[in-house]
Design a protein. Structure first.
Length: 337
C-alpha cells in the first residue's frame, strides 16, 4: 500500500514549474527545519519571512556554516524590494474598510499579511503559517489579503487524518475530518458547502472518489432533534447541487466507518460503512474528534487545511513538528495545482 503522504509529496515534487511557498514565521526553529526538509525533498521553493538576522541565526543553528540549500530564501518585510507594491495591494483590498495608505504601509509589514499579499499578487503560489500565530490570526490574514474563491460558498477547513497499516489494518488510509478549525456552528447552507468543498479536497489530495458521511448522534432517523433536521436539509442541498457525489446522513460514526455496523444500523446506505470524508455538525465536535483520533487513536493529523480561498493559504497547529510543516507545504503545493 502506498503511503498517502508519500503520494501527496510525490505530486508536489513533480509540480511544473516548481511551486513557491512562503512561510510567515521564519524565526521559529520548527518552521526553519520544516522548510529545510521541504527543499531537500524537492517539494517546493521556500521563502522564510522575518528579521533577516534572526532567521539566518536559526538557519545557522541547523546547518552550521554550510550555505542554505538552493531554493530556500529569506525576506525581511521591512527591507524588501516588494514592500511598496504589497502596501499598494493591501490598500486596494482594504480601502473600502477605511484603511488609508499610511495604515496599509504599516499593516502590510506584518509577516502574516505580507505572506498572504505575496500569494495574492503572484509572488508566491501559497502560504503556510500558524506554528506561532493563532488560527484566528492566520485565517484573518488569508481572508483579508487573498479572499474567497468566487465559486466557493464559504471558506472552511479540514484535517487530513492518516491511519497507519501497522496500527489500523484494513482501515489504513487517508480521511478528511471537516470542519475542525474554522466554522463554529455552520448554517444549513454553510454545512452543504462544507460537504461539497471537502469532497473536492479529498479528490484533489487523495486521488480517490469521495464518500461523504454527515455525522450525528443519530443514524437515518433513529432520533429526532433540530440539529438532525439541519443535517438532513444540508444533505439534500448538497445532493441537489452535486448529484455526482456520494453523500449520506445523518449517520453515527460507527455506521459510517464499520461495514458490519452499517449493515445493522443503516441497511441500504450508499456509504456501507466505508466513508472517507466525515463532515461534523459543528467545529466543537470535529475538533474534539480529530484530537482524540490523533492522541488516542494514533492517527497523523495534517491541518487545519483551508478550502474555498482564491489561492492556497494554510494553518498549522501550534503544536506542530517540522515534519508536519513539511507535509503541509506539500499539501499547499498540490492545492496550487
Amino acid at each position: 500500500m502506498i503511503n498517502p503522504l508519500d503520494a501527496i509529496r510525490n505530486c508536489a515534487r513533480h509540480a511544473e514549474p516548481r511551486r513557491h511557498i512562503v512561510l510567515a514565521e521564519g524565526e521559529d526553529p520548527r518552521v526553519v527545519e520544516g522548510s529545510l526538509l521541504a527543499v531537500r525533498n524537492g517539494l517546493a521553493k521556500i521563502t522564510l519571512l522575518g528579521d533577516e538576522i534572526t532567521v539566518r541565526e536559526q538557519l545557522r543553528a541547523q546547518i552550521g556554516d554550510a550555505a542554505a540549500p538552493a531554493g530556500l530564501g529569506v525576506i525581511d518585510p521591512r527591507t524588501s524590494e516588494h514592500a511598496d507594491a504589497l502596501a499598494d495591494a493591501l490598500f486596494e483590498r482594504r480601502n473600502h474598510k477605511g484603511v488609508d495608505r499610511a495604515r496599509a504601509a504599516r499593516d502590510s509589514l506584518d509577516p502574516l499579511n505580507f505572506a498572504a499579499l505575496m500569494v495574492h499578487t503572484g509572488l508566491a503560489d501559497g502560504t503556510v503559517a500558524g506554528a506561532v500565530a493563532t488560527t484566528a490570526q492566520t485565517v484573518r490574514a488569508a481572508l483579508q489579503m487573498i479572499g474567497k474563491h468566487p465559486d466557493a460558498g464559504a471558506v472552511s477547513s479540514f484535517f487530513l487524518m492518516v491511519l497507519d497499516p501497522a496500527r489500523h489494518g484494513d482501515k489504513a488510509g487517508t480521511y478528511i475530518f471537516s470542519d475542525a478549525g474554522l466554522t463554529i456552528e455552520p448554517t444549513v447552507d454553510e454545512l452543504a458547502g462544507i460537504v461539497q468543498a471537502s469532497a473536492d479536497s479529498f479528490g484533489l489530495l487523495v486521488g480517490e472518489a469521495p464518500r461523504v458521511a454527515m455525522l450525528s448522534f443519530s443514524t437515518l432517523g433513529s432520533a429526532t432533534h433540530p440539529s438532525i433536521d439541519k443535517i438532513i436539509a444540508a444533505r439534500d442541498l448538497a445532493r441537489a447541487a452535486r448529484p455526482d457525489l456520494t453523500i449520506e446522513g445523518e449517520l453515527q460514526f460507527d455506521a459510517a466507518f464499520v461495514p458490519s455496523v452499517a449493515a445493522s444500523k443503516a441497511p441500504g446506505s450508499a456509504i456501507e460503512g466505508d466513508a472517507n470524508v466525515f463532515v461534523f455538525p459543528s467545529l466543537e465536535a470535529a475538533n474534539i474528534a480529530y484530537k482524540i483520533a490523533q492522541r488516542i487513536g494514533g492517527a497523523t493529523a495534517i491541518g487545519p487545511i483551508l478550502q474555498g480561498l482564491a489561492k492556497p493559504a494554510n494553518d498549522l497547529s501550534r503544536g506542530c513538528t517540522a515534519e508536519d510543516i513539511r507535509d503541509l507545504i506539500a499539501v499547499t503545493v498540490v492545492q496550487a495545482g
